[in-house]
Design a protein around this ligand. Sequence first.
Ligand SMILES: Cc1cc2nc3c(=O)[nH]c(=O)nc-3n(C[C@H](O)[C@H](O)[C@H](O)COP(=O)(O)OP(=O)(O)OC[C@H]3O[C@@H](n4cnc5c(N)ncnc54)[C@H](O)[C@@H]3O)c2cc1C
Length: 430
Amino acid sequence: MSRPGNQQKLNVAIIGAGPAGLGAAIEFQKLPFVNLRIYEQARGLREVGAGISIQRNTWRMLDALGVYDNIDPNTIFRAADGHSVQHRNGRTGELVVSNGQRDTPQRYKHARALRTILQTALLKGIDQSKLRLSSRLIQVSELPNKALSLRFEDGHTDEVDLLVGADGVRSVVRQFSFPDHRINYTGVTAFRALVDAQEILSIPNFPDAVTFWHGPTRWVYTCNLNNGIYEVTARTDVPETSQTASWGQDASTDEFVGLYKEFAPIIKEVLSKVKEVKKFPLFAGPRLSRVISHGSIALIGDASHPLSGAFGAGAGFALEDVYVLARSVNWAHERNRPLSDALELYDRIRSPHYKGMYDILDGFRRSDASGKELTLFDDIVASNIKNKWTDDHYWLYHYNVQEVWEKTYQAEDAKQQGNASRSSEVASRL
Ligand SMILES: Cc1cc2nc3c(=O)[nH]c(=O)nc-3n(C[C@H](O)[C@H](O)[C@H](O)COP(=O)(O)OP(=O)(O)OC[C@H]3O[C@@H](n4cnc5c(N)ncnc54)[C@H](O)[C@@H]3O)c2cc1C
C-alpha cells in the first residue's frame, strides 16, 4: 500500500469507542502493518441506555471478530419459545405477530442484553493500551502531503494516514467529510427505564417475552434482560425543539406514564413500576452519498448512517462496516494498492446496504401517509404492524456480509487481472 512519506506502518486513528470503534479496534489490531490508536471523548467507558438487541447479524459478526464467546449466555435473555419479538395491540393486549426465527441457528438467535454486556465483550477483545480516553476530537484538517491532522480538546494532536469515524450519530468526522450534512430531531423521543424483574413478572398474566405494545403513534417495549432486570422502553412523538438535547437526560415518570392513558391496564401497571426514567431524543439525517471521503477517511457505525436506532441492529451494522473496512485495507496492502482503493471497495459494499435501509424507511413513510384516513386505535395499530413490523425487511438481519465481501473483492481481482492481461496483449501487439 502506498503511504505518505513511505512510512513503514499505516497510521490509523479510530474516533469513538462505541460498538463501531471497539469492533474496528479488534479488527485493525490484527493487521501487523497498522499503527493503531483509539480516541474516546468519555472519561471512562460506560454505556448509556438500557438494553440492546443482539440480532442474528450481530451474533454473526461477533463470531467473525472472534469475541462471540466473550458473552456468557447466562447473562442474556432469549425467549423460551424461540421468538425474536412479539407485537401486541397496546389497548387490548392481543398478540398480533410473533416472529419465530425458525430458520436462524440457535447460536445466532436474537437475544436481549444490558448494553454493557456487549460493550464488555468487545472491550475484552482490544489492546486497551491503544485506547486514549478523555480525548474529544474537535478538528480535522488535511495536510499538503494528504495526511490528516487531528486536534483534540485537551490539546493533544495526531497525524494519521487513515481516519476512522466511529463517533456516532453526531460525528465530528462526518461533519469534516460532508460539511453540508445535517442531522435533526426526528420528532420521536425514546424513554428508557430499568425495573426490578420480579415487580414486572408478578403482574398477573404478564407475558415474559420481547414485546412491543403498539399504539397509533407510540409504543411501549418490555423485555427481560436477565440479571433480575426488566427493560421498559417507550417511543413517543413528543415535540422536542432543542437541537442539542442530550442523550440520556433524566425525565419525570409522570411525563412518561401520562403518555399511555389509552393503553391496556396491564401496561399502565408496568409503567407504574417505573421509578426512574431517562429520555433520548432521537436525531437522524439523510443518507450520505458515500461512506468515505478524501481518500483517507472511512465512516463506520452510526457516523456512516445517522438513523438513531432504526431496526434495532445498529451494533450489528457497525460491526459489518468494521468487517468490510479492515478486510478492504488488508486487501489493498496485500496487492500494494493505494489506501484510496481500499476505501472505494469499502464504499462499494456498504453504501448500497445503507441505501437499502433508507429505502425501507421511505416505504414506512409512504405507508404512514396512505394510512392517514384511519382514525381508530385498533385500525391504525393493525395497519402499522402489517406495514412496518412484518418480515419484509428481515433481510437486514439475514444479510451475509462475509459472502458479499468475498464476491466483491474476487470480482475486483478478476477485473484487475483482466485489465492486466489486456494490457500485456496490447503491449505484445506493439
Ligand atoms: C433508542 C435506541 C435503541 C437502540 N437499540 C438497539 C438495539 O436494540 N440493538 C442494536 O444493535 N442497536 C440499537 N441501537 C443502535 C445502536 O445503539 C447504535 O447503532 C450503536 O451504538 C452505534 O454504535 P457506534 O459505535 O457507531 O456509535 P455510539 O455507540 O454512539 O458510539 C460513539 C462513540 O464515539 C464517542 N465520540 C463521539 N464524538 C466524539 C469525539 N468528537 N471525539 C471522541 N469520541 C467521540 C462517543 O462518546 C461514543 O462512545 C439503538 C439506538 C437507539 C437510539
